[in-house]
Design a protein around this ligand. Structure first.
Ligand SMILES: *Cc1c(COP(=O)(O)O)cnc(C)c1O
Length: 462
């Protein structure tokens, strides 16, 4: 029961059995590596990184039980036992009826978008996600942001910044008509807002509204367990409920889901598409063979599916989530002690430093978040990533999106780093903060066509 563990520290409910040794680098080595990487932290070699907070995607440490399950993977081409184990875990813990495995989250987004979106459709969602929006657009749809305004304000302390503004949704429904809206896209623990949760109350209101208008809710459930933890801790009536119960309730309010198992589900690769609709499932089974593989493996090895089945269960443990989010909060509080501007409230999967407030002398066209990520790496070998104008990309007319939030994301892999590592991260960021006035921006010298943040290259402004 959550109440009983409430007053204790967030210490991890596991101990270490194996460690991975790291290469320690000098400042000169890091400056060289950074230059070669075009000042894009995505292009650094991980060998040159000390503490890697680029992403929490696929960087989780698996448990001894997951590794044991790995060895039981059934590598049959068709009808693998491991598929049925994964399917059972998804049906049991999330409650969706039909399951299609995919190599990762975007594989599921591709298939789902192709099935549900027609040219000219509109997909409202609680803030965009890079790959999700791109697949919606490639399928001929247009994304419309319906998250509450508070989510775009880094300093607003509203506890559920992932909530939908139903007035914004109603305007879109009135403008385009419900038949142009194949679904509302709802992310739990909204990544781009800084890992911020949606409340159960808001989701229930959205369910009511969408049922009245015959619109589906598709759930981007990549971080559903982290969202459930915040509901447990913050929402009236949920403190005595388990994360397992809350996750099940969230899923029951939606019609289908895409998931990147590389986050919540504690594995290094994998994902799936889930739906309660037979017709959608039928079409997905047809499409998955084109893009991923047979519908009982979808680009995954049997061992991956076994590890996901165990990982889903472990992700719903109350002690696990308390330690997971406790560690993130610990880093956030250390940063606040140094006066570093971060997104508040502290989110589920990382700390988001407000680069506009950190480097107020730079314009957004000088790429403040990209610059800051490079400076932090140079200082200590801590790798973070840009979530600002570079990530936001360009619209279909080729114009830059100018997102209100210009953030550097310090994403914490699950079960990987210690409290002392978090101290190093906070100290290093504070060192850069001390000399912030001397920091100049950058210019982009190479820009890829899609998802430019992954491979763009930069130069320092002299
Ligand atoms: C990571 C992520 C995805 C995409 O999943 P991949 O496994 O990286 O393809 C989609 N939505 C959200 C919210 C994510 O965090």
């Amino acid at each position: 029961m959550t109440l009983k563990i409430e007053k204790r520290a967030w210490a991890e409910p596991y101990k270490m059995k194996m460690v991975e040794l790291l290469k320690m680098t000098t400042k000169a080595q890091r400056n060289k590596a950074l230059k070669e990487a075009g000042y894009n932290t995505f292009l650094l070699r991980s060998e040159d990184v000390y503490i890697d907070l680029l992403t929490d995607s696929g960087t989780n440490a698996m448990s001894d039980r997951q590794w044991a399950a790995f060895m039981t993977g059934d590598e049959s081409y068709a009808g693998s036992k491991s598929y049925y184990n994964m399917e059972r875990a998804i049906q049991t813990y999330y409650g969706y009826k039909y399951v299609i495995p995919t190599h990762q989250g975007r594989g599921a987004e591709n298939i789902l978008s192709q099935i549900l979106i027609k040219k000219g459709d509109v997909i409202p969602g609680n803030m965009y996600f890079t790959t999700t929006r791109l697949h919606q657009e490639l399928a001929g749809g247009k994304f419309e942001d319906i998250i509450i305004d508070e989510a775009h304000d880094a300093l607003n302390e509203f506890p559920f910044k992932g909530n939908v503004d139903l007035n914004k949704l109603e305007k879109i429904v009135n403008k385009y008509g419900a038949d142009k809206i194949p679904y509302v896209s709802i992310a739990t623990n909204v990544n781009m807002a800084g890992g911020q949760p949606i409340s159960m109350e808001n989701l229930k209101e959205l369910r009511k509204y969408t049922l009245q208008h015959g619109i589906r809710i598709i759930h981007d459930m990549t971080r559903v367990a982290e969202n459930a933890y915040f509901i447990q801790q913050r929402e009236k009536g949920y403190l005595l409920k388990t994360i397992k119960e809350i996750v099940h309730e969230i899923c029951s309010l939606t019609d289908g889901a895409t998931m990147s198992a590389k986050k919540d589900a504690l594995v290094n690769i994998g994902g799936f598409l889930a739906t309660n609709e037979w017709d959608v499932y039928e079409e997905a089974r047809n499409l998955v063979v084109v893009y991923e593989g047979l519908h009982t493996y979808g680009g995954l090895a049997g061992r991956d599916m076994e590890a996901i089945a165990v990982g889903i269960k472990e992700s719903l443990d109350d002690y696990h989530q308390k330690a997971r989010i406790g560690q993130v909060e610990y880093l956030g509080k250390r940063m606040q002690e140094y006066g570093i501007p971060i997104v508040k409230p502290i989110g589920g999967h990382g700390i988001f430093v407000d680069a506009k407030a950190f480097l107020p002398h730079l314009s957004q066209d000088d790429f403040p978040a990209q610059t800051l990520a490079a400076e932090i790496y140079a200082d200590s070998g801590v790798r973070t990533m840009e979530r600002g104008i570079v990530s936001a990309g360009r619209n279909s007319k080729g114009e830059n999106y100018y997102p209100k939030l210009e953030l550097v994301r310090f994403t914490i892999p699950r079960r990987v780093y210690t409290q002392a590592h978090m101290d190093v991260v906070a100290e290093s960021t504070a060192m850069v903060y001390d000399r912030r006035k001397k920091i100049k921006g950058m210019k982009m010298i190479y820009e890829p066509k899609y998802l430019r943040f992954f491979q763009a290259r930069f130069e320092k402004i002299k």
